[in-house]
Design a protein. Structure first.
Length: 343
């Protein structure tokens, strides 16, 4: 953060803080928010965490979860009042205000100072204080560094450390992706030193499947996966009925895209899901094929070079046809992308 001294001075007086994060928060989004909330409370600030939507049950173990306010019809007025009354608003793990639905306009209009902490590509310029870099694997990595830079590492307790560790673990795909840098291991090492129990976090996040979810993954793998080896692409198409049949809950489709990407020779993977209110898409790639560009250009989305998402307001069938036609347009990029690893 360039103006960290001004930020520090601002935080030296008690503030009314709102922390918000992106639509359908993942472990990095929620872990960063709850860790920061817990830290700021220790510093004597009044803090509310508002999420634009619900999030998976496998994140509910995080300390502070019970106090999260989910923006919905019942909470709309309450959230609007908190945002309007705030003196400081943190926007974590997203880079443009349209990613937080109706909340975005309220945040934009609020007189509060705004802080953006994020690692997504192409951030919108709306914040007074910015800690942003695509070099970070996770927003949680940046939250750790911010607390450290504010001279408060000693305030990071076991719960804060575990929420942050969860964000880094999941955004690096359990330390599989190329964003797994030396700094990631350094920060995770510090978090373990501060009490994070890594086996406990792994178990809570990855090994808490419902039987329905496991059966849904089996069904998707056997019935809903298309592989096009000549375009090095594999994708799932999931209908609203499929979700209903397996009593799908928020988070149940998370990670599905990775099965497609794990197929030998595949460099581009997608999941196309009919969420009823819209068609939601998840994209992953290996190497230089930028799914951020692909999502931004064709599906009103964005994200990172190798992990992005988007949406479509057309039917599932039309969206899939558009996607399949695009694959042909991208044939050259898809077939010439070289995946290289350092010696
Ligand atoms: P996921 O596929 O796991 O939902 O998202 C992958 C990455 O892309 C995440 O960093 C997420 O924040 C981002 N992302 C997902 N959907 C969208 C979207 O609709 N718009 C933008 N800008 N980013 C998205
Ligand atoms: Mn993230």
């Amino acid at each position: 953060m360039q103006n960290i001294e001004a930020f520090k001075a601002f935080l030296s007086k008690p503030q009314r803080v709102v922390i918000t994060t992106h639509h359908k928060p993942d472990a990095d989004a929620l872990g960063s928010s709850l860790a920061l909330a817990s830290y700021l409370k220790k510093k004597g600030h009044q803090v509310h965490v508002i999420t634009p939507t619900d999030y998976p049950d496998f994140l509910r173990w995080m300390a502070g979860n019970d106090e999260v306010i989910i923006y919905n019809e019942n909470q709309q007025d309450h959230c609007a009042a908190l945002v309007a009354d705030a003196t400081l608003i943190f926007c974590l793990d997203f880079s443009s205000l349209d990613r937080i639905n109706e909340l975005g306009a309220e945040v934009r209009e609020s007189k509060a100072k705004k802080v953006l902490i994020d690692h997504h590509l192409e951030p919108e310029d709306f914040a007074d204080f910015v800690k942003w870099t695509t070099e970070a694997a996770a927003t949680a990595e940046l939250i750790y560094e911010l607390i450290y830079d504010l001279g408060d590492e000693s305030l990071i307790d076991k719960s804060i450390a575990e929420s942050l560790y969860a964000g880094i673990m999941t955004d690096t795909g359990s330390f599989h992706h190329p964003n797994t840098t030396k700094n990631v291991f350094r920060v995770c090492g510090e978090l373990v030193g501060l009490g994070a129990d890594t086996a406990r976090v792994s178990k809570l996040i990855y090994d808490s499947n419902s039987v329905d979810r496991i059966k849904f993954i089996g069904f998707a793998l056997s019935e809903r996966l298309t592989v096009i080896p000549e375009l090095r692409t594999a994708y799932f198409v999931i209908s609203a009925d499929d979700l209903k049949k397996y009593h799908s809950r928020t988070g149940d489709t998370e990670g599905l895209v990775n099965y497609a990407l794990s197929i030998e020779g595949i460099i581009f993977a997608a999941v196309i899901i009919d969420r009823t209110e819209a068609i939601k898409m998840s994209f992953r790639s290996i190497g230089d094929f930028s799914v951020n560009t692909f999502a931004r250009k064709h599906f009103e989305g964005g994200g990172h070079k190798n992990a992005a998402g988007g949406k479509s307001d057309e039917s599932l069938e039309k969206t899939v046809s558009k996607f399949e036609a695009l694959l042909k347009d991208y044939k050259k990029e898809l077939t010439t992308t070289i995946v290289e690893y350092a010696d």
